[in-house]
Design a protein around this ligand. Structure first.
Ligand code: ATP
Length: 358
């Protein structure tokens, strides 16, 4: 098993695009680590650079403390699963799984044993003699994983491993992947643009934008305390409310926003400060009766059913604020409501840089 240590890494394509732009990060031994970000942010390039399929322009990559920055891909101890699985169509499942061992001239009997064992681990028993074309998408994905695991790399690199599966299979494969990674304890880096997938699977998430790291943290940290408005916008199935607000010069402990106020850990230091107020719809409480203390007041515009929850949009003095409520308490359009939140859930961002205020 092995950790990955990346320092000052840049990958620049011949056309001058700095796809990875000065990145430092460490992946711990046995960790399930997600690279998350919008299309074009450089996550695939970073994964391919770790694998050695792209060469680093600057910086170093260490795997298990060895500097592999200039090591050829086959000698880095990494196994990669590609988005399209890249299975050999003319080979059986068994031959596909053990191909990396054949290349290393491992004896046929040993290869057979590895195929049997890995097929067992990945629920592929009974499919070893089939060709990839005779398998479902989910089974093909497991063959690709089996091949990566059978190659006995120290590190598993997965490029959007679930993106070719339909919604239902994707959920099933997600649970399978999480359990497999935990059972094997193999250091795993996976690329996804799906924030729900990253939140569900990863021990830690690196959120990237334009080749740079915007936040590194546990799913709980990046969800509850996004380090900047970019991450706040990107994470969460219902978008975070990001509203213009003001901290008054003479009043600590509240922030003025949307014609009302919310409690916040502020200290104005005697001057008025313009901020962006970040509050997740899940952390606001909606009441139809009177409330005491800091609150927003407004009228329900629309409610959308999300299953067990409803996302209610409230017009607070001309500012639209989203709040989730249990589906059975969904208020009708036009209802007058108040919104409150605990201090710890109200985040304040610098209005010009978008960075979270301390
Ligand atoms: P996606 O989710 O769409 O796959 P990504 O976050 O994985 O995106 P990359 O594929 O790493 O992003 O691309 C990062 C940047 O590098 C983009 O601006 C892309 O256009 C550029 N890029 C990618 N591959 C090449 C290449 N072979 N030559 C030149 N530029 C490239």
């Amino acid at each position: 098993m092995a950790g990955i240590d990346i320092e000052g890494l840049a990958t620049v394509y011949p056309n001058g695009v700095r796809a990875v732009d000065g990145l430092d990060l460490q992946v711990a031994d046995g960790e399930f680590f997600a690279l998350l970000g919008p299309s074009g942010c450089g996550k695939t390039t970073l994964l391919r650079t770790i694998a050695g399929l792209e060469s680093a322009t600057e910086g170093t990559i260490r795997i298990d403390t060895s500097d592999v920055t200039r090591t050829e891909p086959g000698k880095r101890g990494v196994a990669m699963v590609f988005q399209d699985y890249a299975l050999f169509p003319h080979m059986s499942v068994s031959e596909n799984i053990t191909y990396p061992l054949k290349v290393r001239r491992v004896a046929a009997a040993t290869r057979h044993g590895v195929a049997e064992r890995t097929a067992g681990e990945l629920s592929l028993q009974g499919l070893l003699e089939r060709k990839p074309g005779q398998l479902s998408g989910g089974q093909q994905q497991r063959v690709a994983l089996a091949r990566a695991i059978a190659s006995e790399g120290k590190v598993l690199l997965l490029d959007e491993p679930l993106s070719n599966l339909d919604a239902r299979l994707r959920l099933e494969a997600r649970t399978f992947l999480k359990k497999l990674q935990r059972d094997l304890g193999i250091t795993t880096v996976f690329v996804t643009h799906d924030q729900a997938e990253a939140l569900a699977l990863a021990d830690r998430i690196a959120v990237m934008d334009s080749g740079k790291l915007r936040q590194l943290g546990s799913p709980r940290e990046v969800f509850a305390r996004p380090a900047n408005t970019f991450v706040a916008n990107f994470i969460g199935s219902t978008p975070m409310n990001l509203l213009p607000g003001k901290i008054a010069a003479d009043l600590d402990g509240v922030v003025s926003v949307a014609g009302g106020s919310l409690p916040a850990a502020t200290s104005s230091a005697g001057r008025e400060v313009e901020v962006t107020v970040g509050i997740r719809p899940e952390y606001l409480t909606l009441s139809t009766s009177d409330v005491t203390g800091p609150a927003l007041h407004g009228e329900v515009v629309v409610a959308e059913n999300l299953g067990t929850q409803s996302l209610v949009t409230v017009d607070c003095d001309g500012t639209l604020v989203g709040v989730t409520v249990p589906e059975e308490t969904e208020p009708a359009a036009g209802t007058s409501v108040s919104l409150t939140a605990p201090t710890t859930r109200v985040l304040l961002y610098n209005q010009s840089t978008g960075e979270l205020l301390p």
